[in-house]
Ligand binder design. Structure first.
Ligand code: ATP
Ligand code: MG
Length: 365
């Protein structure tokens, strides 16, 4: 591991793996957790929809309690080195947030029991991303861990995650939202005048109960709002703290590298601490024919069709592929900047259990 990535594992308090879809964010987040636990740290990995078998291996089978940290048995960890895992449950995280930020239990119940809240909270645009950072904040401030690692949701625009807290703050300041949550009297005026025709139509189409629920939802949310706003600001600051580090995971494919570069730029422009790149799924470079004598190489050029010729052709293809991957990886980072990068090979095992993670962690360290 390069010096910088080792520091990330041994010294940061909060580590975020981000990157394009399907490149191994979840696997590397868990493997970094294994590496940190083996370095003697008490670490929790927050995973977002891991593959079923990996979830089972981490003790995160669906059902009760998967959103609470579970200890993962890890052979060879020194005293104090512990690996814990927890699965993101956006709904439960949102509920916990509302409960924490409500001035009273009654007001929390009013929001949580509202049919509109139930329908909206899981599916609001960006809710999954926001809840990932919110859950991270909950784990971080619990003070139970030396290191919190968060795996990010598959997102076409990984930037969504970074902007989620700021977006929530903007939403809370939006005029439509402000009108909906305005005091009872202002509220009555707004609904009576401008939107009465609209509301009448909605009532006819959706039924008066839904309209009532919507109005009450926004009114009850108003009590929770100062807390939500304050928390969004705290989360935004935590993501930019000096002890936080973002690790960008990518594959060597050109689309992934393009997205990773975009993400690195965004991290730097928006003041998020960038720890380095993990290039995963890289084809190992086959041994070069240069080790052969000129005569041997000439013989390989004139092979009769058959298994040996096929093997030589396959060797050439693999070499070309490995070379083009290295060319892609060389384009990572802005011109001139030296981005710390670690390559992980495409393994011939599927990473679905702790043993697989240990293989990956060993390659990381
Ligand atoms: N170095 C590797 N060698 C072989 N297989 C790997 C490697 N890294 C990850 N995989 C496999 O690739 C698949 C995708 O990995 P993973 O789920 O970690 O990606 P992800 O970036 O989290 O995906 P998503 O964007 O869907 O969340 C998994 O089946 C995993 O076991
Ligand atoms: Mg994943």
């Amino acid at each position: 591991m390069t010096g910088s990535l080792r520091d990330v594992v041994e010294q940061t308090d909060l580590l975020v793996t981000a990157g394009p879809g399907g490149v191994g964010k979840t696997s590397t987040a868990a493997a970094l957790g294994v590496a940190a636990a083996r370095a003697g740290r008490r670490v929790v990995v927050l995973t977002v929809d891991p593959a079923r078998r990996l979830a089972d291996a981490l003790g995160l089978a669906e059902g009760e309690g998967a959103d609470l940290p579970h200890q993962v048995e890890l052979a060879g960890a020194p005293k104090g080195g512990e690996l814990w895992a927890v699965m993101l449950d956006a709904q439960k995280t949102f509920d916990r947030l509302v409960r924490e930020q409500s001035p009273s239990e009654q007001q929390a119940d009013a929001v949580l029991g509202n049919a509109v809240y139930k329908a909206l909270s899981g599916s609001l645009a960006g809710a999954q991303e926001y809840m990932a950072v919110e859950r991270l904040h909950q784990l971080y401030t619990s003070g139970e861990w030396d290191l919190v690692i968060v795996d990010t949701p598959p997102s076409r625009h990984a930037i969504d995650l970074l902007e989620a807290p700021d977006r929530l703050t903007r939403f809370l300041g939006h005029p439509v939202y402000r009108a909906l949550t305005a005091g009872q009297r202002t509220f009555a005026r707004v609904t009576d005048a401008a939107s009465s025709v609209f509301l009448w139509a909605v009532k006819r189409l959706a039924g008066p109960k839904l309209v009532q629920d919507v109005l009450e939802f926004f009114r009850s949310l108003a009590y929770v709002e100062p807390g939500l706003r304050k928390r969004a600001e705290e989360v935004s600051a935590l993501l930019r703290a000096e002890s936080t580090s973002f690790v960008v995971v990518t594959s060597p494919r050109s689309e992934s590298v393009g997205e990773a570069n975009h993400l690195i730029d965004a991290l730097e422009h928006r003041g998020f601490p960038f720890g380095g790149v993990i290039a995963n799924l890289v084809h190992p470079m086959p041994e070069s024919f240069d080790v052969l004598s000129a005569k041997e190489r000439a013989a390989l050029e004139t092979l009769e069709p058959g298994p040996l010729a096929d093997h030589v052709a396959w060797h050439r293809e693999l070499t070309e592929l490995a070379e083009s991957e290295r060319e892609q990886l060389a384009t990572i980072g802005t011109a001139g900047a030296n981005v710390p990068m670690l390559e992980l090979p495409l393994l011939d095992i599927d990473i679905h259990d702790v043993d697989g993670l240990i293989v990956l962690a060993d390659l990381l360290t």
